[in-house]
Ligand binder design. Structure first.
Ligand code: GLN
Length: 401
């Protein structure tokens, strides 16, 4: 017998928890859940310790401590030229996951339709259902995982009120181009939609060429740069932008995120957030303010380093016969496992710890249809030695179905 409320009906436990528990239980190398195994800047950890010792241990103000809201506004200015009033256009959230929850609870009514990129991050599906809303998927398909403008236009109905965007995109690694974002903007403006955009991988973008970063060495591989959709003409006033420090500063466990945009959208996030967490972790906020202000280049250096690990993983996976897509951004590479004779990524991932001592993430939970059945996601935000060990294990295992 279950006591689960209808709003959670059919929503399974998050795949990330399931697969990390499997990794712990079996001692497998965990290339599943996306968290780095090296912590962010020591100076930022020190700043949090200082904040705790100097008494920043009681409730922070509801919208977030002023120093962090000001630093977030400076971050948006520095990187994208976006001007924000830190008092009316910035709210601190407990990670971007709370940002998504508060945004949807604060803005979405039952029956509203939300256009969302598929494969979608699992919390989007849960939150859309908890709001009594309806998801309208637009699928990014193999082998290129690009946005199909016709499919996007076809997904909009008279009940559509929102687009829930994610770029750089988890799990495909697609970074939407300015042209693709313009297609989203055109649809949003034509149908008067609000765009809620999850940009947590904003700094973790790469170039196409293997080995090194073309931004620095003048190589000729395409360089993928994140463009916030709020910077496109006519979009600021209809866009709520969500991000966090977790991915940019390798502090995923701190759960410090933020929502920015026009006051009417940001205040709706705050209206819901006050009843969820009330406020977010007080001593972590000044520390993240210090990260944004004093370590502005740290995320870029991380991206350069991650690019080398992306290439190590992708070359290794290709070497064992997997069809691999080299991502433009994020922590993740997708592979098609049909070349090894598998039809079902979930079965493959459940067998993998025993066969090879490695954990990866099946993408079925991120799809309504069957487009993801044979796609498996591998995280490369791990130390080089960990990736090499996983590849060694995969290379010496029998991976055929
Ligand atoms: N965002 C991380 C991932 O995609 C995991 C976060 C989580 O476990 N909820 O792997």
């Amino acid at each position: 017998m279950t006591h689960l409320a209808q709003r959670l009906d059919g929503i399974p436990p998050t795949i990330f928890t399931t697969m990390s528990a499997l990794a712990l239980r079996t001692g497998a190398v965990n290339l599943g859940q996306g968290f780095p195994d090296t912590d962010g800047p020591a100076s930022v950890v020190e700043a949090a310790g200082r904040a705790m010792r100097s008494g920043a241990n009681q409730y922070a103000p509801g919208p977030g401590v002023p120093a962090l809201r000001q630093a977030i506004a400076r971050h948006q200015q520095r990187h994208y030229g976006i001007e924000l009033d830190p008092d009316r256009q910035v709210v601190v959230t407990t990670g971007c996951t709370e940002g998504v929850a508060a945004a949807l609870l604060g803005l979405v009514d039952p029956g509203d339709e939300i256009v969302v990129l598929e494969p979608y991050y699992d919390s989007y599906v849960a939150m859309i259902q908890m709001c009594g809303a309806v998801r309208r998927p637009v699928t990014l398909r193999a082998p290129d995982f690009r946005l199909d403008a016709d499919e996007l236009r076809a997904a909009v109905t008279p009940r559509t009120r929102f687009v829930l965007l994610n770029s750089p995109h988890n799990p495909t690694g697609t970074v939407l181009t300015r042209a693709e974002l313009q297609q989203v903007a055109d649809v949003a403006i034509a149908h008067d939609l609000i765009v809620i955009t999850d940009e947590v991988y904003e700094h973790l973008t790469f170039s196409d060429g293997g080995g090194g970063d073309d931004r620095d060495n003048g190589g000729d591989g395409a360089v993928h740069e994140h463009v916030p959709i709020s910077t496109l003409p006519g979009m600021f006033e209809r866009t709520l932008t969500l991000s966090s420090a977790g991915k940019s500063y390798s502090l995923t466990g701190w759960k410090v995120g933020w929502a920015t945009g026009p006051p009417e959208l940001v205040s709706a996030v705050l209206a819901a957030k006050q009843w969820l967490t009330f406020t977010s972790g007080a001593p972590l906020q000044p520390a993240i303010a210090a990260a944004l202000d004093d370590e502005p280049d740290w995320p870029r250096a991380l991206a350069r380093d991650l690019q080398a690990r992306r290439d190590l993983l992708c070359d290794g996976l290709a070497g064992i016969g997997l069809d691999v897509r080299r991502p433009e951004g994020t922590y993740f590479a997708l592979t098609d496992i049909s070349s090894l004779g598998w039809k079902d990524g979930m079965e493959f991932c459940l067998a993998l710890p025993e066969r090879a001592g490695v954990v990866a993430i099946p993408t079925q939970p991120f799809h309504d249809g069957h487009d993801g059945d044979q796609l498996v996601r591998w995280a490369f935000c791990k130390e080089g030695g960990v990736i090499e060990e996983a590849l060694k294990r995969l290379g010496s295992a029998d991976l055929r179905a």
